[in-house]
Design a protein around this ligand. Structure first.
Ligand SMILES: Cc1cc2nc3c(=O)[nH]c(=O)nc-3n(C[C@H](O)[C@H](O)[C@H](O)COP(=O)(O)OP(=O)(O)OC[C@H]3O[C@@H](n4cnc5c(N)ncnc54)[C@H](O)[C@@H]3O)c2cc1C
Ligand code: SF4
Ligand code: SF4
Length: 670
């Protein structure tokens, strides 16, 4: 006979403020096999845990039910208590009377208390039937994959590599660097972005433990913590990178002009190009979407000889290349090549994009003088399209008046309701940099309100006001294009309590930070979920901020939510430290609440095999017998689909066996 101890928690006022805890405790006392029933303000606190320990030690209890908050965070805590007292830690059942009861029935105390009784009944019924289970372990591959080579990915990769792990750093662009490589200077210290980023890019590019896989994407991710099988697609560069020296002669020779992504579309690049001057690795690629196959030199075409000169007819890019890195007669698979790697942990650091100005029809997006803030970064950067000269795109004249608009697409029910967090600060930065260089420039900044909560941020804002930058509290409702390349900015001034109009030569919009459109398939490949704002969802916002619902996969940087560089780097280091834990341990625990097949009962019908969403079941013949189902324990996630489908009841899901579930149903329906 089981000796079930029931412990009902008040969870401060979370549960106790709604549910009559004492009534639930008293009710539990009356149930079969319940030997003790107690309550406490915080069962998870040390005194709370001590109550359970004492009862186990005194021999009063051998199965434990805690009626409290969520097993998501607290089940491991209580299982440890059992383990510490020498009990099998799976002799524990949690009744969630907070998330599923007091929180959802906060205005119905009686109903909530009645429901809590039922939930506790059901947990006790299961606890009476619990069977001992043992953790299983598998070896870990001591290597990590970092997806995304922005500042987050670079720091995560470097930390993991410095701890002695092999790291594959996968970046979809030809170079690492991400958005930070496009920035001019960075708040709050205004140090030059390239000066602080390029040395770490070089470190990552030359680190003996880091294999840099740029111009690459993730094709598939299979497996589980400790043993992920990843297929990486190296995109076709149409340039032999082993020979390319990064001289850029091919780019100079290529006649094509197509929008330059690095300069946020403010100028053009060639079809054969190098991502940016400080690229790591500094290698050329040929963009086949833009390439016009000069002289009919399609990839893989036979080299014709000129009748006139007797020399081979080559495209400008291949003719210009002194290293012989471009050979258009060589066939090349447009799909690139697939690389198989095995890793124990994965850090996702795929960053973000800013909304394009075209989304905001009322703000004159067709005017070349209306820019996104990222475009302004490029315009004032020494490596930008004007070499850092602040010139109006339409006529290359120096602007006299500039208006900055905040929260474009952020905190807006038509687009994103969240705050993009960094815009207030980077707009103040841009305004300050311009005012320092051009004291005569009139600068207006239209803010809903200024958000500067970081270290030294408010002083940064105050110094901008002291410089004569005009702060206007209120939104801008529209922009009209005026003759002479001028812009009429129509807004509201909350301090004057009136509508205002400003004639500007240039407008800069802080457009919202959002996840890239093509990220959903990547999330699906890894079974990761996105949150309500569309960013990757962390396992717990406070306690597991870098973990995900998939064990062994971690998040870093803006892919988890908008943040500035200091927060991005801090999170990247946190993600690297968390990812390093299983790699350092050398083996990982597999939860034993997974399915197992009784091969004697199994008829080999094969119904379960295609149903398993994780491909964990295969039909295997052993010792010449008829093939029967077998479950790969490392792949099984314990979803239980197979157990419900098996006509021979040959599959048991440990921790959720038929008699345990039937006992729960009986208790709930009694
Ligand atoms: C206009 C502007 C100015 C800013 N100024 C400042 C400032 O002054 N100070 C400050 O602290 N912060 C500033 N920020 C914020 C800063 O840009 C971010 O904090 C930082 O870039 C976040 O880095 P990240 O690595 O998370 O993302 P990203 O920089 O976006 O890097 C992500 C990387 O992942 C790659 N990637 C994406 N998808 C895939 C995929 N599927 N496979 C492989 N690779 C992929 C991308 O190509 C990219 O290289 C500014 C932001 C903006 C928009
Ligand atoms: S063939 Fe070479 S030179 Fe011609 S467009 Fe393509 S990349 Fe440029
Ligand atoms: S010309 Fe040749 S070596 Fe120079 S960047 Fe282009 S491909 Fe590389």
């Amino acid at each position: 006979m089981a000796k079930v101890g029931v412990y009902v928690c008040h969870c401060g006022s979370n549960i106790g403020g709604v549910i009559d805890v004492e009534a639930v405790r008293k009710h539990a006392e009356t149930l079969p096999d319940v030997t003790v029933s107690r309550e406490n303000l915080f069962m998870c606190s040390d005194p709370g845990q001590e109550i359970i320990r004492r009862d186990i030690r005194d021999g009063l209890v051998d199965k434990v039910v805690v009626a409290a908050c969520t097993p998501r965070t607290h089940e491991p805590i209580f299982r440890k208590v059992l383990e510490g007292e020498g009990l099998n830690k799976f002799f524990f059942e949690m009744a969630n009377i907070r998330d599923q009861d007091s929180w959802v029935h906060a205005h119905d105390k009686e109903g909530a208390t009645a429901k809590a009784r039922k939930i506790v009944d059901s947990a006790i019924a299961k606890a009476r039937n619990l069977m001992p289970l043992e953790d299983k372990y598998v070896d870990v591959t001591k290597a990590a994959l970092v997806i995304g080579g922005g500042v987050a990915g670079i720091f995560a990769a470097l930390d993991l590599a410095n701890m002695g792990n092999k790291v594959y750093l996968v970046e979809k662009d030809p170079s690492i660097g991400g958005v930070m490589a496009q920035l001019d200077k960075t708040f709050p210290t205004n140090d030059c972005s390239a000066c602080i980023l390029t040395p770490v890019m070089v470190d990552a590019g030359t680190h003996p433990n880091i294999e840099l896989l740029t111009y690459s994407e993730i094709d598939s991710v299979e497996g589980y913590i400790g043993n992920f099988d990843v297929k990486i697609r190296r995109k076709q560069a149409y340039v032999d990178w082993a020979k390319c020296t990064g001289c850029g002669d091919c780019a100079d020779a290529c006649p094509v002009r197509t929008p330059n992504e690095y300069n946020a579309g403010l100028d053009n690049r060639s079809a054969a190009y190098i991502h940016f001057p400080q690229a790591v690795p500094k290698k050329a690629v040929v963009d086949m979407n833009a390439c016009i196959n000069c002289g009919g030199r399609k990839i893989g075409s036979e080299t014709r000889i000129s009748k006139k000169t007797g020399k081979p007819i080559l495209a400008p890019c291949e003719r210009a290349c002194p290293a012989g890195a471009i050979d258009r007669s060589r066939p090349a698979d447009p799909n690139g090549e697939i690389l198989d790697v095995k890793v124990g942990a994965i850090v996702v650091a795929t960053g973000y994009k800013v909304m394009e100005k075209e989304n905001f029809h009322n703000l004159a997006p067709d005017s070349p003088n209306v820019l996104t803030a990222l475009q302004l970064e490029r315009l004032i950067s020494a490596t930008g399209p004007t070499g850092g000269k602040f010139l109006r795109p339409s006529d290359h004249e120096k602007p006299k008046t500039i208006s900055f608009l905040s929260c474009i697409g952020s905190r807006d029910h038509n687009h994103h309701t969240y705050c993009s967090r960094v815009c207030c600060m980077y707009m103040i930065k841009q305004a300050k940099l311009l005012k320092e260089k051009y004291p005569d420039l009139n600068i207006y900044m239209h803010f809903m309100d200024v958000r500067t909560p970081g270290k030294d941020f408010d002083e940064y804002y105050t110094s901008a006001v002291d410089m004569g930058i005009r702060i206007i509290r209120g939104r801008v409702g529209g922009i009209d294009m005026l003759p002479g390349d001028k812009l009429k900015v129509m807004g509201y001034d909350g301090d004057l309590a009136q509508n205002i109009e400003i004639e500007a030569d240039m407008v800069v919009m802080a457009t919202a930070i959002e996840l890239q459109d093509d990220i959903k398939p990547l999330a699906q490949k890894m079974s990761l979920t996105l949150d309500g704002s569309g960013f990757f969802k962390e396992l717990h916002p406070k306690l597991k901020p870098v973990e995900t619902a998939v064990e062994g996969i971690f998040l870093a940087g803006c892919c988890q939510g908008p943040k500035d560089i200091p927060d991005t780097v801090a999170q990247a280091k946190g993600a690297a430290a968390a990812a390093a834990v299983p790699l350092a341990q050398g083996r990982v625990k597999i939860d034993p609440t997974i399915s197992e097949i009784d091969r004697v009962k199994c008829s080999g019908c094969g119904i379960c095999e295609p149903l398993c969403p994780y491909g964990a079941i295969s039909m295997v013949a052993e010792n010449g017998s008829h093939p029967r189902a077998r479950i790969e324990m490392t792949q099984c996630k314990g979803c239980g689909v197979c157990t419900t489908a098996c006509p021979s009841t040959a599959i048991v899901l440990h921790g959720y066996s038929e008699n345990q579930i039937m006992a729960q149903i009986a208790a709930l329906t009694a």
